[in-house]
Design a binder for this molecule. Structure first.
Ligand code: PMV
Length: 312
């Protein structure tokens, strides 16, 4: 038998960067996210008669350390058989498009079903979070959060179908992984200010989302994003995830907003720009970002569903 699981990446509007507990992978800051549709990880898991585990990522054999660590942790709790895992993304992997979020959400969902673990959502979320904290949020559809004291993915009572226009400026894998980057950022002189202001940003963003107050949401989310990149730049050695086209797209988004469009930007540990906007603004935002020099591709996506798994 084989189980197929599907999960979408999510984008944090209020960002997580830094770990309160590296071993258990507990974030230092709460995060608030949108799960996206269109971009998709598909993961197939099959029980093997004998080991070792077999792993294929995007069609190529892989020895990805984070995936084997995730399996090892599951095996410390459950008697898992050897597994064949085949995972594919319909978008660039490890390029700041949250492939680890959708990847681990799909992986734990697939193993849960294929091995009949019957994990409750909280446990599924814990396993996903241990592998990659943002992955817990990809278990959810739409608006989600990851915050203390439980640090389990939490569906937010927000009913606002925003859209995200993704401007791809580079398709290669990023130079510094988020785990390595976060570890280095903890020594930055900006780290304390980042962590101390995160709770307030989260509350402001949640209130703005519930009130459907686009201007307030734009202000706090761009601030969270730029503070995170300020911290990254003030890490030694500095983490510069942006390309010239990233900066050009930031300016274009602000010009569009000054001209009355409901749009703001967000950028993760990579060079892509995500322009969050109302569905009415989507077409114009996509057209404008496609014309920014250095933008290779633009994709409009809506809000996606929760991770799901089916056994064949
Ligand atoms: O969960 P990780 O290790 O992929 O880190 C995610 C970090 C950011 O994407 C930059 C922010 C976030 O909250 O998703």
């Amino acid at each position: 038998m084989t189980t197929t699981a599907w999960a979408h990446p999510n984008i944090a509007l209020i960002k997580y960067w830094g770990k309160a507990d590296a071993h258990a992978n507990i974030p230092a800051t709460p995060s608030l996210s949108l799960t996206l549709d269109t971009l998709l990880t598909t993961t197939r898991v099959r029980v093997l008669d004998a080991g070792p585990d077999q792993l294929t990522l995007d069609g190529k054999p892989s020895t990805d350390v984070k995936i084997f660590k995730c399996l090892e942790h599951l095996r410390s709790k459950f008697n898992l058989p050897p597994l064949a895992i085949d995972s594919t993304n319909n978008f660039p992997t490890a390029a700041g498009l949250a492939s680890s979020a959708s990847g681990f959400a799909a992986l734990v969902s697939a193993i849960n079903t294929e091995c009949d673990l019957q994990l409750p959502f909280a446990a599924l979320s814990d396993h996903a979070r241990r592998a990659s904290a943002s992955a817990a949020r990809s278990l959810l559809g739409g608006w989600g959060a990851l915050r203390g004291p439980q640090w389990q993915a939490e569906a937010l009572p927000v009913d606002w179908p925003l859209e995200v226009v993704i401007a791809i400026t580079q398709t290669g894998a990023k130079a510094v992984s988020s785990s390595a980057g976060m570890q280095a950022s903890a020594d930055s002189p900006f780290y304390k200010g980042w962590v101390d202001s995160a709770e307030a940003d989260f509350s402001t963003a949640l209130a703005a989302a519930q009130a459907r107050d686009f201007a307030a949401l734009a202000q706090v989310c761009e601030h969270s994003c730029l503070k995170m990149h300020g911290l990254m730049l003030a890490t030694a050695p500095g983490l510069v995830y942006w390309q010239p086209a990233t900066v050009a797209a930031i300016h274009r988004v602000r010009e569009l907003r000054n001209h009355g469009l409901d749009v703001f930007f967000s950028i993760d540990a990579g060079p892509q720009v995500k322009a969050i906007c109302t569905p009415e603004a989507g077409q114009e935002v996509a057209r404008a970002l496609a014309q920014v020099p250095g933008v290779l591709k633009v994709e409009r996506v809506g809000l996606g569903r929760a991770a799901r798994a089916e056994r064949e």
